[in-house]
Design a protein around this ligand. Structure first.
Ligand code: GLV
Ligand code: MG
Length: 348
């Protein structure tokens, strides 16, 4: 049994806004996490609105049990107190089997649902988790007379979630995208690590022994390549956006940058930033490099209708590289609109 295709675009509650047919076009290079129960952090929000693409009030892990209600109230307060303009306002609610989640959803949607763009749902295991939130949001949107549907962003952080990643991606027109959650996923898989993202020095391959020197090289592998690849294909196939999640070692900016870069090159739109110094790293990595933008624009200029084959700097270009160039140039255009320095570097 399958739901009729046209039913996907009917509201799930009488009076709820129509589901979106397309994702809003939004630059989301960094999803910046803040703990909303801390007043000092909330006070930074007005400045932050100008320096990040998305601000997320975190209610889930890292918020102590005795601060859950304050975090929720603090998020409602910061949503009310600020005009977010082009900057996205998201919250990460507690997981669906927790004692806090029902109040998270009903209070936040009731109080500031008109300002909320996206709810990030942790520990999603299958389409049923999305369906539950989808229906509940429609009921609340109808009750509170909201005009714009709130989107859902799933965290991919359980083994079962990875097994069901394609069904999760296509579970609802509310789906905005997905983030890899390497810390919970490591626990769920019984990986023998104690880290939040990044590599591990013992995971890799040894070269064969060189007969003459008896030497061999160890190359560290990427623990996350497989999952990011699955997530990117599931999201791209469903026309939603994939993201890398947290990088927990704030003392290793180089490794953070490399992790973000691998995600960017594989197709991710952005990453989480948990520390202010990760904001610049994400901005640098998830904005396309100027030389790539300039080359992409050369391809587009050389193939005005996107067909045929031309040579540029000794490299063959055809319809497929034209499409790659389009992706990079369109992203550069969005970045340029937000960032005058990069606009100049891109030659816009
Ligand atoms: C994020 O929530 C993670 O578990 O990595
Ligand atoms: Mg997690």
């Amino acid at each position: 049994m399958m739901k009729l295709p046209r039913q996907f675009f009917e509201p799930l509650a009488i009076g709820a806004p129509l589901p979106m047919r397309e994702l809003p076009v939004q630059l989301e290079r960094m999803i910046h996490f803040i703990p909303p129960h801390i007043e000092k952090m909330r006070a930074k929000v007005p400045d932050m609105i100008n320096s990040v693409d998305v601000i997320l009030g975190n209610l889930e892990d890292a918020i102590p049990a005795d601060a859950k209600a304050d975090a929720r109230a603090g998020f409602i307060q910061m949503a009310r107190d600020n005009d977010f303009g082009q900057t996205g306002l998201w919250t990460r609610i507690n997981c669906l089997n927790s004692p806090w989640v029902l109040d998270d959803i009903t209070e936040i949607v009731g109080e500031v649902g008109d300002k909320l763009d996206v709810i990030m749902l942790p520990k999603v295991e299958g389409a049923w988790d999305i369906h539950y939130l989808d229906q509940l949001l429609a009921q609340l949107e109808a009750r509170h007379n909201l005009q714009k549907p709130i989107m859902i962003h799933a965290i991919l952080e359980t083994a079962q979630g990875v097994n069901n990643v394609e069904e999760i991606a296509t579970a609802s027109p509310r789906m905005h995208g997905m983030s890899l959650g390497p810390a919970d996923l490591a626990a769920s898989r019984a990986m023998k690590t104690t880290r939040v993202g990044g590599g591990h020095p013992d995971y890799g391959v040894l070269s064969d022994i060189d007969e003459s020197t008896a030497a061999r090289q160890f190359s560290q592998g990427d623990l996350w390549h497989y999952t990011i690849a699955r997530m990117v294909d599931a999201c791209a196939g469903a026309d939603i956006k994939p993201f890398y999640g947290p990088f927990g070692d704030f003392s290793d900016n180089e490794a953070c940058e490399q992790q973000f870069k691998n995600a960017f090159l594989q197709g991710c739109a952005g990453a989480w930033t948990l520390h202010p110094k990760q904001i610049d790293i994400a901005r640098r990595v998830f904005s396309p490099p100027a030389d790539e933008v300039i080359f992409a624009r050369k391809i587009l200029a050389a193939m005005p209708d996107g067909t045929g084959a031309v040579m540029i700097d000794g490299k063959m270009q055809d319809d497929a590289t034209w499409k790659q160039a389009r992706i990079i140039a369109d992203l550069a255009r969005m970045v340029a609109d937000r960032d005058p320095e990069l606009a100049a570097a891109y030659g816009f």
